[in-house]
Structures are given as C-alpha cells and as structure tokens.
Design a protein around this ligand. Sequence first.
Ligand SMILES: Nc1ncnc2c1ncn2[C@@H]1O[C@H](COP(=O)(O)OP(=O)(O)OP(=O)(O)O)[C@@H](O)[C@H]1O
Ligand SMILES: [Mg+2]
Length: 311
Amino acid sequence: MNNLIIKTEGLAKVFKETTYGGLKQKTIVALDNLHCEVFQGEVFAFLGPNGAGKTTTIKLLTRLIFPTRGRVWLFGKENVDHTAMKKVGYLPEQPNLYGYLTGKEFLNFIAQIFGLDKQVRRKRIDVLIERVGLSERVMHLIRNYSRGMVQRLGLAQALINDPSLLILDEPMASLDPVGRKDFRDLILELKNQGKTIFFSSHILSDAEMIADRIGILNRGKLVSVGKLDDLSHSQTQPVEVTFIVDSSQISQIDLVKENVIVQGNRVLVRLDDKEALSSLLRQIDKWGGRLESIIPQRKSLEDYFMTEVRK
Ligand SMILES: Nc1ncnc2c1ncn2[C@@H]1O[C@H](COP(=O)(O)OP(=O)(O)OP(=O)(O)O)[C@@H](O)[C@H]1O
Ligand SMILES: [Mg+2]
C-alpha cells in the first residue's frame, strides 16, 4: 500500500548488559515482536510506561540502533540505509544540543547538514523560530536555555527539512501548558498539510486530544492499537447514577456494593458497567426514590491505559 509510511514486522531488540566486571551477562528484551503500521496523514501516539520500549522503537525506526530481529519500512521501502531519513524529522528524547552555539546558529548548522541553500535556510529558520515561540532567545547561547526552550529548539530542528514524517520522542516533556497547547496546534497544522506524525508520550490527555490512533506498549510488547473510541468501547462503560430517596431508606443503601456517595437525601452510585444499572433502577423504585440522572462515564485514555498496563 503506497500510503503506508511506517511499517515494522516482527521488530525486536535485545540488549546485553555485562555486570560484575564481565562475569555475568544479562539480557534485556527491550522490544518484542513489534508489528506496527502508520499511514500517511495520521497522528499516531505511542504510549507506555517507563522502560516500555518506546525510545528503543524510535531509535530502531531512525536507524540509530539496529534490530536483533525484524524489519522496518519507511515510505514503502525497506529502511536499509539513511536515505529515507532525508524526509524524516526526528526529535530525540533528551535533545543534547551544542551549548556553545546560539539557537539560530544551531538551526543554521542543521539546515546546512540537510544541504538547504542559503535563501531557503534563512526563510525557513525565521518561520520556525517564530512558530516554536523562541524569537526572544534565539540569539542566546543554548547552554543558558531552560529545558522547555531546548525542547522548542529541538522541535524546530526536527522541522528544518520540511519532513514528510515526524518521529518525536516525548515531544511534550518539559513544555509548560502554553507550550503544550502550541505543540498540539502545530501537530494538527502539520497533519493538515498531509504530514505523518509518530510520537511517544506519557502525557495521556495530550495524546487523547490529537492522536488519530494510539498504540500501547508494555514491557516491550504492543498490547493494543487502534482508535481511542474503538479501544475504550471494547471495555465496559461505567455509569454514574444520582437519585433522591427518603432519609428513612438511606440505611438500606449499603446493599449496593459499588461506589456510593451519600449527601443528605441525594445518593450518587458509580457502577462499573451498564449491566448493574437495571437492578439499581428497580431498587430505587422499591425505595420510592426519584431518579435525578444517569450519566455514562466515557473511559478516558488514562483509565484505558491503566487497565492495559496493569493486566
Ligand atoms: N543501551 C541499552 N542497554 C541496555 N538496556 C537498554 C539500553 N537501552 C534501553 N535499554 C532497556 O530497554 C528497556 C526499554 O527502554 P526504553 O528507553 O526504550 O524505554 P521507554 O519506553 O522509552 O521508557 P521512558 O518512558 O522511560 O523513556 C528498558 O528496560 C531499558 O533499561
Ligand atoms: Mg523513552
């Protein structure tokens, strides 16, 4: 399929670690048999707890490390050399940028590596500096930047070659709420231009707001992948029921085993799934209660993530 931008097949990475002065060798399966596909124009969020294998995957995609097993295709071609990287923008997990350069010098340096000519370079750098909100500090040395400023500069360098595919490792780390909002807007703008974005994150709510699809990685294994709505609908859906009953009936309510909050005559019950709803409604009727509301609780990405990771 020609709109397949990233494809991995059985991708695996095993690290060997030598301890006790070379006496013992431990193996760490950082990534285990990853099958993954990302299509053109998609925003794909790669989520997982610390040590899940997100950075390992990203380094495999960008050929910074090599797989123990499995294969990678970028833009429909097997990723056997660095040629595909010309069309990729990459933001590493902890951008370690040259501290003795100013932000502008650094961007110019990266643009030169990509072979952009002077006119294009100047124009693009100015646009990007403005876009990532670094105008005030771009003539200052990077070593005096705050972490968020480094992150913004890292994002600008990832965009310098006008990439078709962006691979971003924790792009929202160190950004303040305004920076995160700017970042989300930027990602959606890039998506509208037809670009493909693959990013890893811990910030689930941000992923929820911009990702078309998410993949959840846990201990090196992709435990689920899909649209958030599809993923969370496959789970049971909790509901919150509020009703009013006569105070004489309140003592009976501990019969309901689920989460209950009582405030005066008003009772709120959180049920884990809709199955329990009809029996509660019958109970309320028996108590002579008055139903106030039934509100389905959409499972947030956070709930879903926690369930998957705890499994
Ligand atoms: N060079 C290495 N040598 C040995 N083990 C490594 C190496 N790089 C990564 N690992 C191990 O591989 C596993 C996955 O690490 P990785 O950095 O990919 O996780 P991550 O999902 O990016 O985590 P985080 O959210 O903390 O960034 C971890 O157990 C890590 O310790
Ligand atoms: Mg990481």
